[in-house]
Design a protein around this ligand. Structure first.
Ligand code: KG4
Ligand code: ZN
Length: 373
């Protein structure tokens, strides 16, 4: 089976061709054009602008994915598309394009929940992922396959989704069979990274920026809160952490030391230490809740997904804590380029959850969640 996947939920325009020949999920092509560089200027995503960029990129990205995969339209068995959640203008571009292609090419159309799709990056065995900015055509391949194994994740498993807009814990019993355990009450983990980065004058998206500076900093330098770390439920809250970081940034200690440059905080050591402390606070909460869920449900496997799963401190901390508490579960993490938004995960989700719909009836749903499936 060969599936063409389309993903346009936010500021990435993505198309991938994925196959499950010989019971292996293989990526034949995986193209991501991002307007993040443009959004960076404004410190976040401007929905209208993201939608306009989607319109510009969608056809070139699909053409590129088709060319690179070396398949023909006849080889495609189905088209998968993200139909929510996300920005309505961005979603519409992908959904309406996928509906048109499904009708024109006479292919089944499979709608995919973006959040569920993120988890399926864990089912892709060999990645040939390539991501590049359409503008500069600079291609990069990631060699980080450290945690890639030849095994599919085992059920039951705990899934932690940590993306820009969502932080959710799920208990997967099988494909399409899962229980929602809890999510964030306010900001998502990625959102917290992004908002803290903005407070520090760093660029968008903030997660990778904070992670890079954190490498040079001391995670114990600032005593930041770990919201809800001891609560017995599987809910999260990160808005208090962001407020605590704002208080530090506006405190005399920080501003006096940083006042040499009023535009941008330049005191390297303080900034690095604060970045390391922010990262540690977010990671501690995510790890504690995930381990508690794994213990409670006695699972064989933990999988993580979403942009924040590309954070190496999170991965290392989770590995170490699982070892220290002697948790008898394996950890599976997708390679970094498959953690952030891409269409290979959407096509893979459709392979395992093959539920075609009538293209004429499919509607984008910006508020789709994992809680009400
Ligand atoms: O899953 P994703 O690509 O898009 C959404 O569906 O939201 O996640 C984007 C989020 C952003 O908040 C970004 O700052 C964060 O993932 N992120 C990271 C890292 N790479 C991306 N956060 C922490 N460390 C990283 N290395
Ligand atoms: Zn996402």
């Amino acid at each position: 089976m060969i599936i063409l996947g389309i993903e346009t939920s936010c500021d990435e325009t993505a198309c991938a061709v994925v196959t499950n020949n010989h019971k292996r999920i293989t990526i034949l092509s995986n193209i991501v054009a991002s307007s993040a560089k443009l959004q960076e200027k404004y410190g976040g995503v401007i929905p209208e602008q993201a939608a306009r960029e989607q319109i510009k990129s969608i056809i070139p990205v699909i053409e590129e994915a088709m060319n690179e995969s070396r398949i023909t339209i006849n080889d495609i068995n189905a088209i998968a598309v993200t139909y929510g959640p996300g920005l309505i203008g961005s979603l519409l571009v992908g959904v309406e394009t996928a509906k048109t292609l499904a009708l024109a090419w006479n292919k089944p159309l499979i709608p995919v929940n973006h959040l569920l799709g993120h988890f399926y990056a864990n089912w892709i065995k060999q990645s040939s992922a390539i991501s590049y900015q359409l503008s500069d055509k600079k291609q990069k391949k990631s060699d980080d396959r450290r945690l890639m194994t030849d095994d599919y994740p085992q059920f039951p498993c705990i899934g932690l989704l940590v993306s820009g807009g969502h932080t959710d814990l799920l208990l997967f019993k099988n494909h399409g069979k899962y229980k929602y355990l809890g999510g964030t009450r306010d900001d998502a983990a990625g959102e917290c990274f992004d908002k803290c980065a903005r407070l520090l004058g760093l660029s968008y998206p903030g997660g990778p920026e904070i992670a890079a500076l954190a490498r040079e900093g001391n995670p114990k330098a600032f005593d930041l809160p770990r919201p809800m770390i001891d609560s017995k439920n599987f809910e999260f809250s990160f808005s208090g952490l962001k407020t605590a970081v704002a208080n530090v940034v506006h405190s005399s200690q920080f501003t006096v030391s940083s006042s040499k440059n009023s535009e941008r905080i330049t005191n390297n050591e303080l900034t690095n230490n604060l970045c390391a402390s922010i990262e540690a606070a977010i990671v501690d909460v995510l790890v504690a809740k995930t381990i508690r869920a794994a213990k409670t449900y006695k699972v064989k496997q933990i999988i993580i997904a979403g942009g924040v799963a590309a954070n190496q401190t999170l991965v290392r901390n989770l590995e170490c804590t699982m070892y220290n508490v002697q948790l008898k579960a394996k950890l599976h993490v997708p390679p970094p380029e498959l953690c952030t938004d891409n269409a290979a995960m959407i096509a893979t989700c459709a392979l395992f959850n093959f539920h075609p719909v009538d293209p004429l009836t499919l509607q984008s749903d910006p508020n789709l969640s994992l809680n009400n499936l």
